[in-house]
Design a protein around this ligand. Sequence first.
Ligand SMILES: Cc1cc2nc3c(=O)[nH]c(=O)nc-3n(C[C@H](O)[C@H](O)[C@H](O)COP(=O)(O)OP(=O)(O)OC[C@H]3O[C@@H](n4cnc5c(N)ncnc54)[C@H](O)[C@@H]3O)c2cc1C
Length: 475
Amino acid sequence: MSPVTRIAIIGGGPAGYEAATVAAELGADVTLIETDGVGGACVLYDCVPSKTLIATSERVTAFRSAPSLGVCSNHAAEVNVNLRVVNERVLALAASQSTDIHERLVKAGVTVIAGRARFSPQQSGRTFLLDVVGNGKQPDDQHAVPADVVLLATGGTPRVLPGAEPDGERILSWRDLYTLQDVPEHLIVVGSGVTGAEFASAYSEMGVPVTLVSSRAKVLPGEDPDAADVIEKVFTEHGGSLMKHARAAAVIRSADGAGVEVTLTDGRMVTGSHVLMCVGSVPNTAALGLEHVGLAPDEHGFLTVDRVSRTAIPGVYAAGDCTGVLLLASVAAMQGRVAMWHALGEAVQPLRLKTVAANVFTHPEIATVGIGHEAVTSGAVPARTVTLPLARNARAKMQGLADGYVKLYCRSATGVVIGGSVVAPQASELILQITTAVQLGLTVNELAATFAVYPSLSGSITEAARQLTQHDDLD
Ligand SMILES: Cc1cc2nc3c(=O)[nH]c(=O)nc-3n(C[C@H](O)[C@H](O)[C@H](O)COP(=O)(O)OP(=O)(O)OC[C@H]3O[C@@H](n4cnc5c(N)ncnc54)[C@H](O)[C@@H]3O)c2cc1C
């Protein structure tokens, strides 16, 4: 009988906890070390809290638009958000999600240590040694954890712009938002990437005057420009204002302390009551004692991995945001699982980024999968495409939805579906159908022959496939 493999996982976010679950199921002896709480930054500070907040902002929009569908109340014109209640709900939900995951891990047989881990300066042959300093929540605060395999899943931290350091009161990182007791009088959001766009959209839906400071010509660089156009239109319709080609140089509290002043690199200044800094994140790889096992991060601090999550050091794997592969919880989780399948000798399919579905939780949402606008318009990938505006979909009309579309890409010669995007409320749910087609290599003919419910938004996906099929017939 082969000896049980000892696996140590540093970091309890999606990469770490999914890996721990898989490894425990496969019979390994698994120890997971997490400093803040199981679920990691994803559950406690980033993804879960932000999407819970957005659930509130969606309700506000539904409430506001209700009169256009004939729903009236005496107070229909007045919608107020009690941010203290919202944030209490957000934090309670995150804590309970963390507890759920913790309990699941313990039940699966994983040893969970609350503490901070790093490679020990004393390494011992083929066994890795980790030093763990507890966070005071457990009686024995120092641990030495030996392991045959180590998974680094340490995630990232909000990037701080020098001269714009968060103070937790008015100059905020996205992790400070949930301490706010009242809605800001005027929120400035610096950074129009996914995080900035999501918070700008959510707060403006909640009736807060928002100024979004974007260093680019369009918000959401990297997304389809058609989608960015829709988001900009809806954001401004909600009363948000957009500053383009605007890069923040410094952020300070105003002289009376009751507001903030954002100075741009071109000398312009924006004032507001609060500023939210969304200028990316940095990987948590600086204090892991990597040098003791001969591992070095790249120039941006990321750990380079291959498609089965191996680093350059045999037996040391890395997964999730600390690798910089794609900063998504779903990708982190898959990298973590793949690492364990590989380490424990299971059959494993290397990570395929072309099949990753991603969503921007703005209003409306933007969901994408596979080959996208940039690859097709640059000519890098020959493809045929069709775009169907939501405004023509019967169900969308019934629901009073005007903004958004379904876009599908297929290979020019074969009609195999290689990508698509959906801009709609609940696009995150609708994209699965295109993702399935991309994952299974379905053709537009096969997708077109699939029944969609009538009337439904997903009917636009099969209709798009039908239109590409008709093109096929003409080829
Ligand atoms: C505002 C926001 C919203 C997001 N929304 C989404 C979304 O809707 N969908 C999506 O897919 N992704 C979303 N993401 C991205 C997602 O949160 C990350 O991709 C995901 O958290 C990565 O998981 P991870 O396991 O790599 O790391 P994390 O979730 O960051 O967890 C890593 C953990 O490791 C711990 N750690 C670090 N160093 C040590 C150490 N030395 N010892 C012990 N523990 C350590 C950290 O404390 C942390 O808890 C969002 C990100 C942000 C910022």
